[in-house]
Design a protein around this ligand. Sequence first.
Ligand code: ADP
Ligand code: MG
Length: 702
Amino acid sequence: MPPLGPGSPQGGTDLEKHRDRLMVENERLRQELQEWRAQPAGPCPGCEHSQESTRLRDQLSQLQLEVAENKGALSELNLEVQQKTDRLAEVELRLKDCLAEKAQEEERLSRRLRDSHETIASLRAQSPPVKYVIKTVEVESPKTKQALSESQARNQHLQEQVAMQRQVLKEMEQQLQSSHQLTVQLRAQIAMYESELERAHGQMLEEMQSLEEDKNRAIEEAFARAQVEMKAVHENLAGVRTNLLTLQPALRTLTNDYNGLKRQVRGFPLLLQEALRSVKAEIGQAIEEVNTNNQELLRKYRRELQLRKKCHNELVRLKGNIRVIARVRPVTKEDGEGPEATNAVTFDPDDDSIIHLLHKGKPVSFELDKVFSPWASQQDVFQEVQALITSCIDGFNVCIFAYGQTGAGKTYTMEGTPENPGINQRALQLLFSEVQDKASDWEYTITVSAAEIYNEVLRDLLGREPQEKLEIRLCPDGSGQLYVPGLTEFQVQSVDDINKVFEFGHTNRTTEFTNLNEHSSRSHALLIVTVRGVDCSTGLRTTGKLNLVDLAGSERVGKSGAEGSRLREAQHINKSLSALGDVIAALRSRQGHVPFRNSKLTYLLQDSLSGDSKTLMVVQVSPVEKNTSETLYSLKFAERVRSVELGPGSRRTELGSWSSQEHLEWESACQTPQPAARAHSAPSSGTSSRPGSIRRKLQPSA
Ligand code: ADP
Ligand code: MG
């Protein structure tokens, strides 16, 4: 067994010695490292070698870490050896006990064997006298016979005892054999432990050796590198010294230069002041020039603005302040099938202002300012009214009416569908984009109001209480202008805003009336857009108003059919549409008096119909056979409105021929209002007349 483990003094001393040696070595290395660290840090901070030395230091600390780890492993191995030694000692102790026990047992058994042999020998020695006794007894007396039998019994007993002793002996021999086997086993185990111990010791020695080698190698490498670095640092230092020597003259020159510059800088503020003064004077002069130029430009711009307005007015005057166009809707599913739903309207391929209608087999033709066929898109129609809409940015008032029988497409043209919006939404979008384009010079606000005229009662569609009747009043300031107290106005800035306003108006109308379709065909719906602008440079203010009106259905109620409320509705509608026709006719023929007060609608729109305002009437036409009578009526209305613009004399006659209101008042100051100064306005109503009367007058004379 090798002398190792803490139990063996020799092994313990070796390990301790080794550990002490390692500790001494470590300490020495640490000192070396500190010295070595202290050396390069001073003279050469930040030189390229400090990086290398940092790396080496890192490596060294890495190695130190490894050494610490190895030490840990070593102590673990030590612990293991200690444990194994302890176990071995224990086994030895147990073996010793077993051997002692075995010796005792052997001793005991041999003693008993010896006793047994002795007993057997003594018994053998006793047997002849017994035989003799038997013989004597047989021969001599019954007494002796009894003694003999007793002796025989004793003999028997002794023989049994001998057999028993033999049995015991045999068992003991067996025990002895098994304890021999146990001893052999224990010896083999001991030998195994010993060899294991020896192997562990060898391993440990090997590991320690390799660790020692690693450590030595690392230390040598680190030392070699440190030496090389030191050498490089020294060389560097020498280089720096030489550099310093050569830099000194350069530094002297620089100092001289610097002193020269300092002297110059002292004189610089004076120089700068001088330069600033002259530059300021130059800039002032330039600003003066620019200012004069600006004034000139502003003057020219204003002149141009005036000119533009004049030109626009002239253009509109040439085109006519009042224009009438027709739009024919396509044949729809709702028109049904059969001869009633056949198309009765045709167009002139060479002239887009002509429309032909086949009425009761008779062709009738009309000439308007423009005719849109069923294939015209919303955009096409909008294109036609676009210029009118933008003119309200310049402060003009504009009215666009959709006229026609129910189902002819008035609402489609004005409102359109969400996917294909009509004039209302497109107009606001256009206004937004125009206003944005001019945003650098002008500040605009766009507001919208929505109202409805039903049975000559004006209601606010955007108000909190839409059922409330609104009145049209004269401004108390004596300006003669009209306004509607309580009419809600919403400021809008985006398409989203418009949609919300429209939505709100719709909701108001829907909740108010159960049959909205019917109701809306019997009322006039007005969208009033007001554009107010301020010219940022001149402070000039403009206000333009765009009135978009979806009129009530122009169909005439059958003489027999209508009664009560329906008849009243029809009368109101008829009256207001006639009044509109009259007003437009009066305006177009430049009548001195225009009967605005004959209906709420014309009264409300007075400001926007008179003066240099612009009006467009879109006459909606259904193309199918069954509607030709109403179509004819609508086109007649359109043509009459349009053809009113004649000489002053004939004008009056013409007007008289189709207006039902012979007794209308004739106002003289109808063309006075200037749109620019208007903020709120609203014209008003007149009274009703029999539906048949006016309409009948409008029937073609043929
Ligand atoms: P009104 O307002 O004159 O009573 P609508 O605008 O409600 O008539 O139109 C009646 C029907 O005809 C609606 O279904 C509408 O969508 C359709 N319509 C009208 N004009 C056109 C058109 N130009 N293109 C397609 N459909 C149209
Ligand atoms: Mg409608």
